[in-house]
Design a protein around this ligand. Structure first.
Ligand code: ATP
Length: 280
């Protein structure tokens, strides 16, 4: 790992609190971090349960990627403690996972608000697209709610830079089939264009208020459906303008899909129109 002063933190500056949930590698706790300047921040602390050298490398690889990211709609890494017990310390987002939030707040959230969340995630992904980074796991389970006005994309556990190879050939089998583009299912091919497909599925989840995509199918049936042209239907709360964009995100050919740059413009315009309609 590169020498990195910014993310070097001391365990003495952290007070660990209650368990927030179970992560892939171990428990996630809340807590408070006191920075060298004396400022206190609420944090989420990821721990690693059976942390052999190999597991530790995988656990820390997510943090390594996050060290280079700085975006208002991406989960912020505060620091890493690399000596046992290894901790990854992130900014805490009190409202938790977007899926639960959508279910709890469904009668309060306007269409404009749901569109705003989509736009924010789209901006985060346009930022990653510019960095040649693929996320590979875009789903509401990986989005956290910081406030009513702000959501954050997290979980870079499957993310990769695609700098030289043009695409990343996946080897892991822990893959979210129902969110994946056909070329990802068939050939394990992941690009910014396959992230665009997944983003479309994630927007579908948001407007269906956290229903599971293709819940009526087994994983093994999904690719046949996609290849015979079947796509997710328009959720009741989804504006037709947005559903039009989703069908383009789900073009079978990766190069026929819009880029995140284009999607940011489209979602911005739709969001603006919805705000105007709300105040009519
Ligand atoms: P998986 O790979 O299975 O998704 P993970 O290791 O990525 O697991 P998370 O899902 O990110 O772990 O975290 C586990 C739990 O901790 C989740 O319920 C999530 O809501 C909570 N959590 C994680 N990070 C934060 C955070 N920054 N703020 C608030 N809650 C968080």
């Amino acid at each position: 790992a590169m020498y990195d002063d910014k993310h070097r933190i001391s365990r003495d500056d952290i007070v660990v609190g209650r368990i927030l949930g179970e992560g892939f590698f171990g428990e996630v706790h809340d807590g408070v971090y006191k920075s060298p300047s004396g400022e206190r921040t609420r944090v989420a602390i990821k721990t690693c349960k059976d942390c052999s050298a190999e597991v530790k490398g995988k656990f820390l690889s997510e943090a390594e990627l996050m060290k280079n990211l700085d975006h208002p709609h991406i989960v912020r890494l505060i620091g890493v403690i690399e000596v046992d017990p290894v901790w990854i310390v992130m900014e805490l987002y009190e409202y938790g996972e977007l899926g639960n939030y959508l279910v709890e707040q469904q009668y309060i959230l306007s269409t404009a608000k749901l569109t705003q969340y989509c736009l924010q995630i789209c901006k985060a992904l346009a930022y990653l697209e510019r960095l040649n980074m693929v996320h590979r796991d875009i789903a509401i389970r990986n989005i956290l709610v910081a406030s009513v006005e702000c959501v954050k994309l997290g979980d870079f556990g499957l993310s990769r830079y695609i700098d030289e190879q043009e695409y990343y050939k996946a080897s892991v089998s822990r893959l979210p089939i129902k969110w994946m583009a056909p070329e990802s299912i068939n050939f394990r091919r992941f690009t910014s264009a396959s992230d665009v497909w997944m983003f479309g599925v994630c927007v579908w989840e948001i407007f269906s208020l956290a229903q599971q995509p293709f819940y009526w199918l087994e994983n093994g049936q999904v690719i046949n459906q996609l290849e015979s042209g079947v796509r997710l239907h328009k959720p009741q709360r989804c504006p037709t303008t947005i559903y039009g964009l989703l069908t383009r995100c789900w073009a079978y050919e990766p190069h026929s899909r819009p880029t995140f740059g284009e999607l940011v413009s489209s979602f911005s315009e739709i969001h603006k129109m919805e705000l105007e309609q709300e105040t009519d």
